[in-house]
Design a protein around this ligand. Structure first.
Ligand code: URA
Length: 235
């Protein structure tokens, strides 16, 4: 048995105080009867809870995409820095979402979050080689010798060997880079190993999911098709 307000929060309905208001306004039913008491105990296995007539499933699996701005560290907490968790809207703060992998503090773009620990671990497993596409502005110009060196698998300045990767020069000082692994500062270090310091970095795609025109700092829940895409990748 659990409290109705906790069940509603875990279902992603809203914050504790939003849930209180929603209950007050009579939008919630338990087994077909309007319920306004937030301390009411329910058994999610036996009772049917509806919001505006729609059945709620308890702690449903949620996968979201954030367009991360620069200046936030990818961590669930940090004593000194602002974290990506602060960018989640209030009603999502109760869903136990965790970032999938990480982007550096200065890197912008596509960052996934999920409350499905299994999916998270499959997506960040080095065995899965999930492709990620980055846009970089950098010093210098990428030449065909650089493209070949990326494809062959670079050796970084500290001796780390990388899997083959795709470097697509877009013009002087601008490139797209596709990598299938997630080593520390990977793209910055790969570019540096070829003498090109990265000045700006944005992740535009991950596992076939596209950042598109999601505004910087905004989040959206993935569609069922997008979640299926991730599931297929991580099988
Ligand atoms: N590679 C980097 O160097 N930084 C990131 O944030 C992601 C990939």
């Amino acid at each position: 048995m659990e409290r109705l307000d906790k069940f509603l929060c875990d279902s992603g309905v809203g914050t504790r105080s939003q849930v209180k208001q929603i209950l007050k306004s009579g939008r919630v039913t338990v087994d077909g009867k309007t319920e306004r008491d937030n301390s009411r105990k329910i058994d999610p296995q036996c009772n049917t809870v509806c919001l505006d007539g729609e059945v709620l499933g308890g702690s449903r699996r949620v996968v979201i995409m954030l367009n991360k701005p620069s200046g936030f560290v990818t961590a669930t907490e940090d004593k000194l820095e602002r974290t990506v968790m602060e960018l989640l809207p209030a009603e999502m703060k109760y869903l136990d979402l965790k970032p999938v992998g990480r982007l550096d503090k200065a890197t912008e773009g596509l960052l996934l979050f999920t409350n499905d620990g299994d999916l998270l671990h499959r997506l960040i497993s080095p065995k899965k080689e999930v492709p990620k596409i980055y846009y970089a502005r950098h010093e210098g110009e990428a030449m065909s010798a650089d493209v070949e060196a990326f494809a062959a698998g670079l050796t970084l300045r500290d001796g780390t060997v990388c899997l083959g990767a795709k470097l697509e020069p877009l013009g002087p000082g601008e490139s797209l880079i596709t990598v299938c692994e997630g080593k520390y500062h990977q793209v910055r270090r790969m570019m540096a190993s070829r003498g090109m310091t990265v000045l700006y970095l944005e992740r535009r795609q991950e596992g076939g999911l596209i950042l598109g025109d999601l505004p910087r700092g905004a989040v959206r829940e993935l569609t069922a098709d997008e979640v299926a895409k991730l599931e297929n990748l991580s099988d």
